[in-house]
Design a protein around this ligand. Structure first.
Ligand code: BES
Ligand code: MN
Ligand code: ZN
Length: 498
């Protein structure tokens, strides 16, 4: 697919030769500076719309005017900006999303976003322009990889934004580039997540990571086979794939943007390409959604690709623990005890708590890269869905500073996280009579005990865990992957130093 093109376009907006012009209107029928300008040029066409009552400037509301008189644009989209004093980043993102979505529904091949007068209470203009690019990429995503009739692609090919009053053009150019790269990475994560389990297997994910390395000189990918994992003693990870004919893969992607001596940031993704629960079989209803159990892996692969595209001046190692959890005849049984790469033995009381079993060996493996921080991303517990719904990524960490940084990055990127406690008092729930540790902690505090399990394998590291079971995909009519938490991870890596 042809990449979208973004640019800055200066000049009077009534004379801009664009196929689609977007301007904001405040609520209570208050025209923005841009809207006022067009109102004058068009003989009060915008005032007439407000007078009609069809549009009131409510946040996220849009209305399309075709070939407005006195204006060069073929289409004019008014987007509601809501209460002028309440335009914070979150509301501004809603405005941008609504505008981008309205643009993508037209046949316009280019669009101009004239939003410079919309002052955001807690952000600068370059943030808004980055958001325009990110949201436009996001709303233009269509899934049709496994449909025989390919849907019509959005007509949008390029977009421009107005220059700011003060900020340097270079800053805006950069923000457009960053926003687009993040939007594309979100789409890559969505795409991998949406692919069905019979297409997106562990080998498929490994190939995807290898293709990424082939496209980027600064990325190398290494794929460990089950045999190699067995030699490393990854008995825990291998216990998950034991019941499947699909071979597990440990995928290691390394991005070098800094000196080789610079310690990397490590990302570790849960890549269960389908989770039946194994012998602790899940109920049938809605089980199809367990194809999304590799969304952590997808976010990690997409983020590494984005880091490489933006040539960030840091080193990153991304590790994907990919396996299919099936109840085949060689499957692990409840009560089985396995030895992890760390040497710790694990009593597997529930084969449906498989994410932590693949992650613990991947986390141990990550130690060899001496990472500055390790963040694992996993659709780990139904309890995270019960606790947070689809809004928050659950965050647990053994390092208060890292946790605070990630919470802040979540606020900044609007891909928000909320912290749960990782208190020692929860650890005893994982006691086992027969092994060093059990793989489940009972019916209560499920998200916390899952993180407690992982914490046993990251004791020497600055580590954080993002449980994205609620945020990674939508159920129901909008069923599909969201691409989260790519923008949170990018915000983190964009603000780290070598
Ligand atoms: N992949 C699931 C978690 C999940 C469940 C995500 C529902 C989204 C929606 C994970 O492997 C799992 O099955 N977890 C179990 C753990 C339990 C057996 C301790 C769960 O949450 O029920
Ligand atoms: Mn499971
Ligand atoms: Zn799972």
């Amino acid at each position: 697919m042809q990449a979208m093109r973004y640019s800055i376009k200066a000049g009077a907006i009534d004379k801009l030769p664009t196929e689609c012009l977007v301007v904001p209107v405040w609520s209570k029928n208050t025209l923005s500076a841009e809207a006022k300008h067009l109102d004058g040029a068009s003989g009060k066409a915008l005032s007439a719309v407000l007078k009609s009552g069809d549009f009131n400037g409510k946040l996220g509301e849009t209305i399309l005017l075709y070939k407005p008189k006195g204006i060069s644009a073929q289409r004019l989209i008014l987007v509601g900006a809501g209460d002028r004093k309440k335009l914070n980043a979150r509301n501004a993102a809603k405005l941008v999303k609504a505008a981008a979505s309205a643009v993508s529904k037209t046949q316009a091949s280019n669009a101009h976003f004239a939003l410079a007068s919309a002052d955001i209470t807690d952000r600068e203009y370059p943030w808004l322009t980055a958001r325009v690019a990110q949201e436009l990429e996001d709303v233009c995503y269509r899934y049709d990889a496994t449909k025989s009739k390919k849907g019509k692609k959005p007509a949008t090919k390029s977009a421009s934004v107005s220059p700011p009053a003060g900020a340097r053009r270079k800053t805006i150019d950069e923000s457009l580039r960053t926003g687009q790269a993040i939007g594309k990475a979100i789409n890559r994560a969505k795409h991998l997540g949406n692919l069905p389990g019979n297409v997106c297997t562990p080998s498929f994910l490994a190939n995807e990571a290898q293709a990424l390395a082939a496209r980027n000189k600064s990325v190398t990918t290494q794929v460990l086979s089950e045999k190699q994992m067995a030699r490393l003693g990854m008995g825990s990870l291998l216990s998950v794939s034991a019941g499947s004919v699909e071979e597990a893969k440990l995928v290691v992607m390394q991005y070098k943007g800094a000196a080789s001596s610079s310690r990397p940031y490590a990302l570790v993704g849960k890549g269960i390409t389908f989770d039946t629960g194994g012998i602790s079989l899940k109920p049938g209803g809605g089980m199809d959604e367990m194809k999304f159990d590799m969304c952590g892996a997808a976010s990690v692969i997409a983020t590494l690709g984005c880091v490489a595209e933006l040539k960030l001046p840091i080193n990153v190692v991304a590790i994907v623990a990919a396996a299919e959890n099936m109840p085949g005849s060689k499957a692990t049984k409840p009560g089985d005890i396995v030895t992890s790469m760390s040497g710790k033995t694990i009593e597997i009381l529930n084969t449906d708590a498989e994410g932590r079993l693949v992650l613990c060996d991947a986390l141990t493996y990550a130690e060899r890269y001496k990472p500055r921080t390790i963040i694992d991303i996993a659709t780990l517990t139904g309890a995270a869905v019960a606790t947070f719904g689809s809004q928050a990524n659950a965050l647990l960490s053994n390092d208060d500073k890292l946790a605070a940084t990630l919470l802040e990055c979540g606020e900044d990127s609007l891909d928000r996280a909320w912290q749960l406690p990782l208190w020692d008092e929860y650890q005893s729930l994982l006691n086992s009579n027969f092994a060093d540790i059990a793989n489940i902690g009972g019916p209560r505090a499920g998200t916390i005990t899952a993180a407690c399990f992982l914490s046993r394998f990251t004791e020497k590291q600055k580590w954080a865990h993002l449980d994205i079971a609620g945020s990674a995909w939508h159920s129901g009519a909008q069923k599909g992957a969201t691409g989260r938490p790519v923008s949170l991870l990018m915000q983190y890596l964009l603000t780290q130093k070598a």
